[in-house]
Design a protein around this ligand. Structure first.
Ligand code: PMP
Ligand code: GLU
Length: 383
């Protein structure tokens, strides 16, 4: 397996900080806010109850799964039954379970690019073939749906994407989701993994779930989790709603790999999914302001070009204009910026976007402003 590019940069950053370096970390997609007080209160309450210490059921506590089924209906128009919901150690594991359950040697998995780094590695791990469907900056980093459909073959088992997209911030419109759904429904063995972990961070209009379109619930594995909406990355809870056969297969995988997710964290999850979504509605305003701040800052770097992200908290500038001398790719540039600007970004090649770097703007306005100044200066000094 390849090492996760995001986690590798985050680790480098920790190591450099431990050496006393003042690194601004824009590599990891991790909200800087504190989790909501009610979530931490739920953890304290669960500890005090002293009854969540044993192995939880592999699929998750029944009352949490019912609460998630209710959340899917309330927020997304998705009618998964509680038995079709499964809780995992992060959305990352939730996705891995499904990929293992559904794909293997001889299968193809379509991944519109750019994509979140772990998708490709997870597919390769199963022996299936990842088929990357590329897109360009001019296309807003969304492959036209016709291009995705044209890549479907009788071997295609899965199409997986995140909308809003990590790393481009692109959002699929309802018309695009409908067009894709119509094609998927023509292939009886084809499933969609719809990763909706950024559903609350969307700047124009509201989030739409492909699984809510007619006929699609039986074809869609909807992924979500606590990491982004509730700033609970460290508690490691993600979940899926999925067709019965898929969730049962995912249950077997998880039962052999890790068992049920952490019990106390599941109690926190219940409080989160039951909370009024209005409580986190403000997130999108915070991130929109930061997006605009970053886009303004990037304008000052000659030659760097990016799309205008419509959601999530990343910008993906094309930085090829800065390749010179010994720096001839995104990895070289990001390592140079780490050393000379003390700013940590992730190279975009691993996300299927050659010649780009990914900037996470899930950090304070002040740090973002300083980081952009440092990057602009280091880039201007490149010879
Ligand atoms: N999907 C996407 C698109 C992500 O950006 C991430 C990163 N948080 C995940 C899944 C995994 O999230 P988790 O922390 O729940 O494992
Ligand atoms: N998903 C976040 C990111 O893309 C966290 C790191 C990871 O899990 O890859 O940065």
């Amino acid at each position: 397996m390849t090492e996760s590019a995001t986690l590798m940069m985050a680790q480098r950053c920790r190591e450099l900080r431990a050496l006393g370096k003042d690194i601004i970390d824009l590599s990891l997609g991790e909200p800087d806010q504190d989790p909501p007080a009610f979530a931490l209160e739920a953890a304290r309450g669960a500890l005090a109850e002293n009854k969540w210490n044993k192995y939880p059921p592999v699929m998750g506590y029944p009352d949490l799964r019912a609460a998630i089924a209710h959340k899917f209906k309330r927020d997304n128009g998705l009618n998964y039954a509680p038995e079709q919901v499964m809780v995992s150690t992060g959305a990352k594991q939730a996705i891995m379970n499904v990929v293992i359950a559904l794909a293997g040697p001889g299968d193809e998995v379509l991944i519109p690019a750019p994509f979140w780094v772990s998708y490709e590695a997870q597919v390769r791990f199963t022996g299936a073939t990842p088929v990357l469907v590329r897109s360009t900056l001019e296309e807003d980093y969304k492959p036209p749906v016709e291009r995705i459909i044209a890549a479907i073959t009788p071997r295609t088992r899965l199409i997986m994407f995140s909308s809003p997209c990590n790393p481009s911030g692109s959002v699929l419109s309802l018309a695009e989701l409908e067009q894709l759904a119509a094609a998927v429904l023509k292939w009886p063995n084809l499933f969609v993994i719809s990763d909706e972990i950024y559903e609350h961070i969307i700047f124009n209009g509201s989030h739409r779930s492909i699984g809510a379109l007619p006929g699609m619930l039986e074809r869609t594995i909807t992924v979500n989790g606590l990491s982004k909406a509730f700033a609970l990355t460290g508690w490691r809870i993600g979940y899926i709603g999925a067709p019965t056969a898929v969730v049962q297969a995912a249950n077997k995988v998880q039962g052999q790999f890790t068992s049920g997710a952490n019990g106390i964290a599941q109690r926190v999850a219940k409080a989160c999914v039951e909370a009024d979504p209005a409580l986190i509605a403000g997130l999108k305003d915070v991130y929109k302001r930061r997006r605009d701040l970053v886009l303004e800052g990037l304008k000052k770097i000659p030659g760097w070009a990016c799309n205008v992200p419509q959601g999530a908290f990343y910008v993906l500038p094309d930085v090829r204009s800065s390749f010179r001398g010994s720096i001839q790719n995104s990895t070289g540039l990001s390592l140079h910026l780490l050393e000379h600007a003390n700013v940590s970004l992730v190279e975009g090649d691993s996300f299927g976007a050659q010649g780009t770097v990914r900037i996470s703007y899930a950090t304070s306005d002040a740090l973002l402003a300083t980081a952009l100044e440092r990057v602009a200066k280091a880039v201007a000094e490149l010879r």
